[in-house]
Design a protein around this ligand. Structure first.
Ligand SMILES: Nc1nc2c(ncn2[C@@H]2O[C@H](COP(=O)(O)OP(=O)(O)OP(=O)(O)O)[C@@H](O)[C@H]2O)c(=O)[nH]1
Ligand SMILES: [Mg+2]
Length: 249
């Protein structure tokens, strides 16, 4: 199913929508189309949840908290902040006029929707994997007076390749031009937190291209003639970023 059919289905059938975004790149993973849509739907509540906050440092969380005062910060993988989210939802459910509160979870592929659902509703036993597109169907799980809805990750159309690579929405081996996506990813990281890639790969370079070459060299990714295997290096960088190995701490 395409983007809007999945999202609209979740929005229509939920009282509360949890929009999961990646704490490492709020500006990229925040989806204002969804936010606008929910704000225009009567009686629906939106909670923006920054997941993977284990990959950024405390100071950065404080900055984001000021910028997004109503958002919640969690790490589903490390089970941080989930108690707070749970009690927020529980309070809403207890004050809800009807017998059960329906909570839908939406977000890009691989953002951690199923991991979070499994913490909120352990009996969901939703499948989690680093391969994007793991969840294929929407499913409801009931816990007391709350019903949770897990959904497949969705990509708004018009999203550029770089964004898809950065948000882990596309398997790096299936990206048509990984070099371009890697260069854009390197530039994103150079601007966001200089030195991150240098430290992780023990590499250096003044430009994104030099840095890519240096990373390939540090990894020993060479092709005949001693040249750097740029394709393999690019895929490696995107994969490491997507798997959360490159932290912004
Ligand atoms: N570092 C880190 N990794 C996380 C966190 N939450 C989930 N992950 C990892 O992210 C990957 C994707 O998790 P899923 O829960 O399957 O993501 P999803 O949003 O359900 O993905 P789709 O079903 O493909 O849309 C897995 O490898 C998780 O272990 C987190 O808080 N921190
Ligand atoms: Mg899933």
């Amino acid at each position: 199913m395409g983007f809007w059919p999945v999202v609209l289905n979740v929005l229509r059938n939920s009282d509360v929508i949890l929009l999961l975004v990646d704490a490492r790149m709020p500006e990229i993973s925040q989806n204002s189309e969804i936010i606008n849509k929910v704000e225009n739907m009567k009686g629906k509540r939106l909670i923006v949840v920054f997941n993977k906050s284990d990959l950024i440092n405390r100071k950065e969380i404080d900055v984001l908290k000021k910028e997004y005062p109503r958002a919640l910060f969690v790490s589903a993988a490390k089970k941080i902040g989930v108690g707070n989210l749970k009690s927020t939802i529980k309070n809403m459910a207890d004050n809800w006029g009807r017998d059960s509160l329906r909570v839908g979870v939406v977000g890009y592929p691989n953002i951690g929707k199923s991991t979070l659902i499994n913490l909120l509703a352990p009996k969901a036993n939703a499948k989690v994997s680093s391969v994007s597109g793991t969840t294929k169907e929407t499913q409801w799980i009931r816990v007391g007076n709350i019903r949770y809805l897990d959904s497949p990750g969705v990509i708004p159309f018009g999203d550029k390749k770089t964004k898809l690579g950065l948000t882990a929405s596309k398997n790096p081996h299936k990206i048509r031009n990984p070099e371009k996506v890697a260069i854009d990813t390197i530039e994103f990281l150079m601007a966001k937190k200089p030195g991150t890639l240098e430290k992780y790969y023990n590499a250096s370079g003044d430009t994104s291209y030099e840095l890519l070459e240096s990373i390939g060299k540090a990894k020993g990714f060479l092709v005949k003639g001693g040249k750097i295997d740029e394709n393999r290096t690019a895929i490696k960088i995107i994969d490491d970023w997507q798997k959360g190995k490159i932290s912004l701490k």
